[in-house]
Design a binder for this molecule. Structure first.
Ligand code: PFF
Length: 497
């Protein structure tokens, strides 16, 4: 069967940018910058981009294009042994976990679009989010029941995701023409509004004023690397899947550079929109920015909405800017969410030869089912634990393994020759040095730091039993699922026997 193809190379670039640019840019980056040295954070961030993010992105794009298959089959062909498939299945199992909670955040966003119409949180955004919307219980062990509005949002999210990728890269190609430019335009609108509000400049000061001493803290460096991986969507098997639909003559290094820098620029702009708004909130309420929640769900669903409720110009202005913000989050997140599903589906279809549309439907249903735990009243706790562990462990170890396979077993020089041969931008020997030494070593250091941290004290103060189930347990399950899919017979094994 002939392989699907992107409508054009620029559609591929758009889709890859769509995957990379997501919630990570809007709420993770500004929060990380703020917590890790403000303007000084840009140094570790760019070092991480150049020494790990970009080299890995180019590596994954080259692998996908070369082997014209999703991650598991690509690694199998690369290592010339069935066992190598596991290096592809483990990221896919990991990304399945990620999309199951990424979809929940989008479900909250759907709920907030609705609540924006009445500015329902005006009397207190914190109580509104945790109490009314999430109806959060006191501990992860108390699940409460299903939260019906969130469940409805979750079903809507999955229908949306299914719709976007039901016809593979053809439908993705049509959707990303909207889901990439629209949130960027909305972000710029929010940014301009933010910067013209009173107090905005104090917020920007918080964001950008450098605290150089932070550069001596190794955890700040770890945070920069973590941010780069999550943000670029590398190590999840997605970029391999996306580039497997590229033709032989595509220019991987040039595309990689465009994708990586667009992603960082959008993060940088998001920082202005967020901190300008926080500065305004400080100005109008007197609460200092350092006492506000400036990262994660608390930023998007508590602090930012609180600022919207303070906007001058009356309720309609507030409604319009709230809708703009949540619509931005939704369109920002959707193409990241469906890229994960597309990565998983590509892996399955390439190995088992299944019908693509049916596989899309099955994975979407499984993703919905897998995310049900997060739609309970204890959902936020589980999301927090699972997110922390899969990002700290799976992602980092996958990175190290990929570097070893490509750099040492297959040969970094061979892959570099391969992608340079169809490129106008030639990557020098430095790329090999990164993939063989610098990237895996920096990953190893970060991993050890995380391990020490997590063993030293219970993450976020949760009881150990929950960390064992939602943290280590989930990590273990993804490893096992990776093995199961590796040993299952695929279409090539059946043809061979
Ligand atoms: N890169 C996305 C973001 O920054 O929000 C998140 C993401 C998408 C992570 C796809 C992982 C992934 F596979």
């Amino acid at each position: 069967m002939k392989r699907e193809r992107w409508g054009s190379k620029s559609i591929f670039i758009l889709a890859a940018i769509g995957s990379a640019v997501g919630l990570g840019n809007a709420w993770r980056f500004p929060g990380q910058a703020y917590a890790n040295g403000g303007g000084a954070f840009f140094i570790p961030y760019f070092v991480a981009l150049l020494t790990a993010g970009l080299p890995l992105l180019i590596m994954e794009l080259a692998i996908g294009k070369k082997y014209q298959s999703g991650a598991p089959t690509a690694f199998r062909k690369m290592g010339k042994k069935k066992g190598f498939e596991w290096i592809g299945w483990w990221p896919l199992a990991t990304s399945f976990v990620i999309v199951s909670y990424y979809a929940i955040i989008m479900a909250w966003t759907f709920n907030y679009l609705w609540h924006s119409l009445s500015m329902a949180w005006s009397s207190g955004s914190e109580d509104f989010f945790y109490g009314e919307v999430l109806q959060l219980t006191e501990s992860p062990g108390v699940l409460g029941g299903f939260n019906v509005p969130i469940l409805i949002g979750l079903v809507l999210t999955w229908i949306f995701v299914w719709y976007c990728i039901r016809n593979g890269v053809q439908s993705v190609g049509k959707i990303v023409k909207w889901t990439v430019p629209v949130p960027i335009a909305l972000l710029v609108i929010l940014g301009i509004r933010a910067l013209t509000l009173p107090g905005a400049m104090e917020g920007i000061n918080y964001y950008l004023s450098p605290n150089w001493s932070k550069l001596l803290d190794i955890n700040v460096w770890a945070a920069a690397y973590g941010q780069i991986f999550f943000s670029l969507s590398v190590l999840f098997g997605i970029m391999i899947a996306y580039s497997s639909f590229l033709p032989e003559d595509a220019d991987v290094p040039a595309n990689g550079i465009i994708i990586a820098f667009s992603n960082s620029i959008i993060s940088f702009i998001a920082g202005f929109a967020v901190f300008g708004t926080l500065g305004f909130l400080q100005h109008s309420t007197g609460i200092l920015i350092e006492d506000m929640t400036v990262a994660g769900p608390g930023l998007a669903f508590v602090t930012y909405p609180a600022a919207m409720a303070e906007l001058p110009g009356g309720i309609w202005v507030q409604v319009i800017f709230s809708l703009t913000f949540f619509l931005m989050l939704l369109t920002l997140g959707i193409d990241s969410a469906f890229s994960i599903v597309e990565g998983i589906v590509t892996g399955l279809v390439d190995k088992f030869g299944w019908n693509k549309r049916k596989t899309v439907t099955a994975v979407c249903i499984a993703g919905l089912a897998g995310g049900l735990i997060f739609a309970t009243n204890a959902g936020l706790y589980w999301l927090d634990i699972v997110d922390h562990w899969v990002n700290d462990y799976n992602l980092i170890i996958i990175g190290i393994v990929e570097c070893i396979v490509v750099g040492w077993i297959y040969g970094a020089n061979k892959l570099r020759d391969y992608f340079n041969s169809t490129s106008n931008v030639k990557f020098g020997k430095w790329w090999e040095i990164m993939i063989k030494y610098v990237t895996p070593l920096s990953l190893l250091v970060i991993n050890v730091l995380y391990l020490v941290d997590n063993l030293k004290e219970a993450y976020d103060g949760y009881d150990m039993q929950y960390l064992i189930i939602g943290g280590w347990g989930v990590v273990l399950v993804t490893i096992i699922v990776g093995f199961i899919f590796t040993v299952l017979k695929g279409k090539e094994d059946t043809q061979a026997s």
